[in-house]
Design a protein around this ligand. Structure first.
Ligand code: GLA
Length: 727
């Protein structure tokens, strides 16, 4: 609900309130974001003060108490006396870098705004409202429209900015954040999700310290290294207690999330496209739209924040062709065969998969062009007939005849120098004039800023997809950008290439969404190198990591789950010893870990023993039985695998709290361990639950406060599940 009164803008969600106010000078001040309060003007909280070296705008006259440097800003400016992080930096035609924004008007609209060419949360008119606040620099007439989407039920506040040049001379944007959020106190911890290839999204928590702390990516993709989701919280906040804020950027390219603790111990968070390598020219009349930022404030700890992000992402962000139906349980041949496969081998795997309750075979990398290793072939999206005689038209019916659907791997954004595409169009790959390009996995990145490049790749992929009945694409992206220079863009606009690349990617994904509405696309970037809320708009599931080791996955899923729902985490059972770690874990454990996600297999099923197949059939049936709980239920992190690797536990609880699935995995075996009593979460304290069909029914409040005794488990990396059903 949006309440507007005398230039005070109050956004209420069910549990939170967000407020800003245009003051007498037209400066848009941020007054509050936190637990729900009324509509009162909260600007009384702001204490103007004369502070040394905090200058005063000219219209303040002799009032030295008024300074942009000390006032909480809603969208911070540059060059006019606020020395904290700017939300926008622009170079004007006269060379000055000054943007002085003053309030012009407001507008409230029913429903949620959309952003052309960019991912955004969506809603029907009853579910969300939009506020648009227009600010303008009176000298240059550079205008900033601030968009707010208010989702009452999920406590989600979305923001984006549209920067329009209403002046008569060009302006160069050097920084254009999606949002700026000021906090009255810097007594906050910043939590970021960091890592590397095969070990993504490890939470890192530290108190804000004076100055700017930031994470980001200059890789052209959101990256394995830092995720475009960060949190700020009170120092004592935990899973179940305390005020916390989650901030997600719906963007799949380079980003920056920066938190600043300033001289007076207030704090500012800015979130947006990375300002490095960014320079965007706005001719008169042109506009730049930032990606969307999404915020959820939870007064009650991290779990509640995660639940709301999960629900909003599932319901209002992912455009899932399987919505209302179950997504396929799939087997992917990558770890089974790497590049070394042919049609008969795939059919063999599919034959082994069919009786196990597996729904789909996904043919991974290596089916096209001269692709027998990762040194060549990318860019040539025609079937390699040596491996697949008769093409997809011949292979797919053999898979379908076994009762399985068929999906394929693609990497549309890339080209190998050893390919026909590169021979014909060497200028279609990013490379700067006079320089040899930097290779990543022996491949170059196609210039997706160019429509002709996108058209060519799209046509080739459509031909492959339309040649037979393909239900799924795994959309991969296996290197970071370098040598970013586009032959189609003039030198003075090369600072736009990184962002235009992402817009090109989104354009391609949108074409698939439009032309193949039933096609499920799983995102991937060497696993989780582009696991962000932007991609989830197009790809409702993303291969979570190239690390399929069940024990490492516990940590990866844990970190990923702070923002992203388990239904978005592609997660497979693979062979042991594990390809990435060499670790041997029981098949039951691998199944229990992987089924808390978009489940599948990644091994040669035709080489499994009868015992293994029996276990797989059972765990697939379990997955189907618990599908609703896993995909729709609330996800609770019951332990922190970084703090205690000996026991990792999590739970899925149905919305009505009458059913829950608790999973627990142990670390390496140790003798004479203390007894473990696991305290559950999210149950209804007034109900009684049977655990795995037990005679005895346990009270929900006892299970949550006193706990449930975990039986001793012998051996390394054991796992168990408890299925709770209310009486
Ligand atoms: C990436 C993916 C893998 C696999 C390979 C194929 O690394 O993350 O799952 O598809 O590419 O080359």
């Amino acid at each position: 609900m949006i309440h507007v009164e005398q230039n005070v803008f109050t956004l209420h969600t069910r549990r939170t309130t967000y407020q800003c106010k245009a003051d007498g000078h037209g400066v848009l001040l941020h007054t509050y974001y936190g637990p729900r309060v009324g509509d009162d003007d909260l600007s009384y909280l702001i204490r103007p003060a004369d502070r040394g070296f905090s200058p005063n705008p000219s219209e303040a006259g002799r009032d030295r108490n008024y300074s942009l440097d000390t006032l909480p800003q809603e969208y911070s400016t540059c060059g006019v006396g606020d020395y904290r992080l700017p939300a926008v930096v622009a170079e004007n035609a006269d060379g000055s870098q000054i943007v002085d924004l003053r309030f012009v008007r407001s507008e409230v609209r029913p429903g949620k705004y959309a952003l052309e060419g960019l991912p955004a949360f969506y809603a029907d008119a009853a579910e969300a409202d939009t506020l648009v606040l227009t600010l303008q620099d009176r000298t240059t007439r550079l205008t900033v429209e601030l968009y707010y989407g208010v989702f009452e039920e999920s406590d989600l506040i979305c923001r984006a900015a549209r920067i329009v040049n209403h002046g008569s001379a060009p302006v160069r944007l050097l920084r254009a954040c999606s949002a700026c959020l000021d906090f009255p106190s810097d007594a906050l911890d910043l939590i970021t999700f960091d890592g590397r290839h095969t070990m993504e999204r490890e939470p890192s928590r530290a108190p804000l310290r004076p100055g700017v702390q930031s994470v980001g990516s200059i890789r052209g993709a959101s990256s394995h290294q830092h995720n475009p989701f960060v949190m700020l919280c009170e120092p004592g906040a935990s899973e179940d207690y305390g005020l916390c804020y989650g901030a997600a950027l719906l963007y799949s390219g380079g980003f920056e999330a920066a938190a600043e603790a300033d001289q007076f111990h207030s704090a500012r968070l800015t979130l947006g496209v990375s300002p490095y390598h960014f320079c965007w020219t706005l001719e008169p009349g042109e506009a730049f739209t930032t990606p969307e930022a999404a915020f959820i404030c939870s007064p009650d700890g991290f779990a509640a924040m995660s639940h709301r992000f999960h629900r909003a992402i599932r319901r209002n962000l992912c455009r899932d062709p399987y919505s209302g139906r179950r997504r396929p349980l799939l087997v992917n041949n990558w770890e089974a065969t790497l590049f070394d496969f042919n049609a008969d081998k795939l059919v063999e795997i599919a034959q082994a998969a069919a009786p196990l309750g597996i729904d789909m075979l996904v043919m991974d990398d290596g089916w096209f062009g001269k692709r027998c290793s990762d040194f060549g072939g990318l860019g040539d999206w025609t079937v390699n007939e040596e491996k697949l005689p008769g093409g997809l038209e011949a292979l797919a019916p053999r898979i379908h005849a076994l009762g399985l659907d068929f999906g394929i791997w693609i990497e549309p954004e890339m080209v190998c120098e050893d390919s026909e595409l590169y021979a014909q169009h060497p200028d279609w790959a990013f490379r700067a004039p006079g320089r040899a390009p930097t290779r990543g996995r022996s491949q170059l990145v196609l210039d997706f800023t160019r429509e002709e490049v996108r058209d060519h790749i799209y046509r080739a992929l459509c031909k492959a997809i339309r040649s037979t009945d393909i239900r799924y694409l795994k959309w991969d992206f296996n290197r970071s950008l370098s040598d970013v220079w586009s032959a189609a863009i003039p030198p003075e606009r090369q600072g736009e290439v990184y962002h235009r690349y992402v817009l090109g990617l989104y354009d391609m994904l949108e074409r698939f969404h439009r032309d193949f509405p039933d096609l499920l696309i799983e995102g991937c970037s060497g696993g989780g190198g582009r696991f962000d809320a932007g991609m989830l708009y197009y790809t409702p599931q993303i291969w979570c990591s190239d690390n399929t080791d069940a024990i490492d996955r516990l940590r990866i899923h844990y970190g990923t789950s702070f923002c992203y729902p388990v239904s978005s985490m592609g997660s497979h059972v693979s062979a042991v010893p594990n390809d990435q770690t060499g670790r041997v874990t029981p098949l039951e454990t691998r199944g229990i870990v992987a089924m808390s996600g978009a489940f599948g297999y990644e091994l040669d099923l035709s080489r499994c023993t009868e015992d293994e197949r029996a276990i797989m059939a059972r765990q697939n049936a379990d997955y189907q039985r618990y599908y609703g709980l896993i995909h729709e239920g609330d996800y609770y992190r019951l332990t922190d695998p970084f703090a205690d690797p000996q026991y990792t536990a999590w739970a899925h609880v149905s919305a009505d709290k009458r059913e829950a699935l608790v999973s627990l995995v142990t670390g390496a075996a140790r003798s004479a361990l203390p007894f473990v009593t696991l305290r559950l979460k999210g149950l209804d304290g007034s109900l009684h639950y049977r655990v795995n069909g037990s005679q005895q029914a346990y009270s929900g409040s006892a299970l949550m406060h006193a706990g449930y005794p975990i039986p001793p488990m012998r051996g390394d990396y054991q796992a168990m599940q408890l299925h709770l059903v209310a009486e």
